[in-house]
Design a protein around this ligand. Structure first.
Ligand code: DOR
Ligand code: ZN
Length: 355
């Protein structure tokens, strides 16, 4: 039985860090585990310009410095690098894209179909309106990061990713054959199959929760709001397909936690927010999933190699080590004057990241 795994220091290619006190509460969790992260732009107001991205980056660096000063991080953790993104809107211009790309600080542009998820109301209403921006992104080599669900209320919630492939992804790939596209947090066999064989530079992130759980987790003995995220967990056949894709060794699939913190009281209410908080135990959750597939030897590629290669960034220096050592996930953590429930809080994990 494998007792220890050492990996090149990994990155998180899809992360929500929030802002203000919430940012301060969660930053150390990610910086302890990952060298870099692609930071989602769906804060309020959304990060739609280079100036907003640079200002947000400064707030993240200030929160990191505060965590370091409070003894929450060592020097390695404090060297965490946020990789900024822009929020694509109907009004994003080609000039906005060229400026963002030239800054060297913006590493992707996020497409949220308007209304698809948390803080997506400023998102794209008609993809045709974004074609000048997409053309500029293709020219600059700036990746498009896609929340791949249609918002059509006539489409069943569980089918929205599959329908998005036909209605949006395929035309997009045809019209922009050289555009780098990341299909974010895929949740279905359909998306895994699509990404494995899609033309052009196409990749996908996969969360730990979609590798570990199917939709039964949402209703185990009652409604379980801390397992509710978007795209929602799917049936077991889809989880199996995602696990197969993640452990296949294909460089098109890499780690993106989609850790999406919401205060406990905003999850445990009549209309709770979508998002699973996995930053504190992300690597341990992924190791658990890869071990289930008897593929721990494939974790390094997925977590540390394929993401930088797709984004055109150097792989990290240094390593992290996971050891087999059971520990209990905290049931609750402090969060912006409130509390937050990490995914599977109170349960035991067999793997632990060594300090
Ligand atoms: O579950 C989710 N939460 N999915 C998203 O796409 C957004 C995220 C959030 O920001 O809370
Ligand atoms: Zn997300």
């Amino acid at each position: 039985m494998t007792r220890q795994i050492t990996l090149r220091r990994p990155d998180d290619w899809h992360l929500h860090l929030r802002d203000g006190d919430a940012l301060r509460s969660v930053i150390a969790a990610t910086a302890r585990q990952f060298a870099r992260a692609i930071v989602m732009p769906n804060i309020r107001p959304p990060v739609t310009t280079l100036a907003a991205a640079l200002a947000y980056r400064e707030r993240i660096l200030a929160a990191l410095a505060a965590a370091r000063a409070a003894g929450e991080l060592d020097d390695t953790g404090a060297a965490f690098e946020p990789l900024m993104t822009l929020y694509l809107t109907d009004r994003t211009t080609a000039q906005d894209i060229r400026e963002a790309s030239a800054s060297g600080q913006v590493h992707g542009v996020k497409l949220y179909p308007a209304g698809a998820t948390t803080h997506s109301d400023a998102g794209v209403t008609d993809i045709a309106r974004t074609y000048p921006a997409l053309q500029a992104m293709q020219d600059c080599g700036l990746p498009l990061l896609v929340h791949g669900e249609v918002t059509d209320p006539a489409i069943d919630l569980f089918d929205r990713e599959k329908v998005f492939i036909d209605r949006v992804m395929e035309p997009l790939r045809r019209d922009f054959p050289a555009l780098k596209v990341v299909f974010e947090h895929i949740t279905t066999q359909d998306a895994a199959q699509y990404v494995a064989q899609a033309p052009g530079p196409t990749a996908a992130t996969i969360t730990a929760h979609h590798l570990l759980y199917n939709r039964n987790a949402l209703f185990l003995g009652g409604v379980r709001p801390h397992w509710y995220c978007l795209p929602v967990l799917k049936r077991e056949t889809h989880r199996q397909a995602l696990l197969q894709a993640a452990t296949s060794g294909s460089p098109r699939f890499f780690l993106g936690t989609d850790s999406a913190p919401h205060a406990r009281h905003l999850k445990e209410i009549a209309c709770g927010c979508a998002g699973c908080y996995t930053a504190p135990h992300a690597l341990e959750l992924y190791a658990t999933a890869f071990e289930q597939a008897d593929a721990l030897d494939r974790l390094a590629g997925f977590a540390s190699e394929f993401g930088p290669a797709f984004y055109g960034l150097p792989p990290n220096q240094g390593t992290v080590t996971l050891v087999r050592e059971p520990w209990a996930i905290p049931e609750s953590l402090p969060f912006a004057g409130d509390s937050i429930v990490p995914l599977a809080g109170g349960e035991t994990l067999e793997w632990r990241l060594r300090d």
